[in-house]
Design a binder for this molecule. Sequence first.
Ligand code: ZN
Length: 75
Amino acid sequence: MSRQFNELKASELYCPTCRTCGPVREKALSTSGSPVIELLCARCRTVVGRHTTTEDKSIGGKLARLAGRLFPRSK
Ligand SMILES: [Zn+2]
């Protein structure tokens, strides 16, 4: 159990077009309602997944997440 999953949870996904796992890019879609984030294959731009961020529908939520990244919890 020496493996650590830091921030690599969704950095690579299986792409049916490339037939292999590869890096993905997040693309936010501005739809009416809850925001949708599409995960595109970085090579062929095939949509390999998508998820909605129903929790962060407010700007405050986004700022909170950004703040969490910029200012990680100090020990
Ligand atoms: Zn691909």
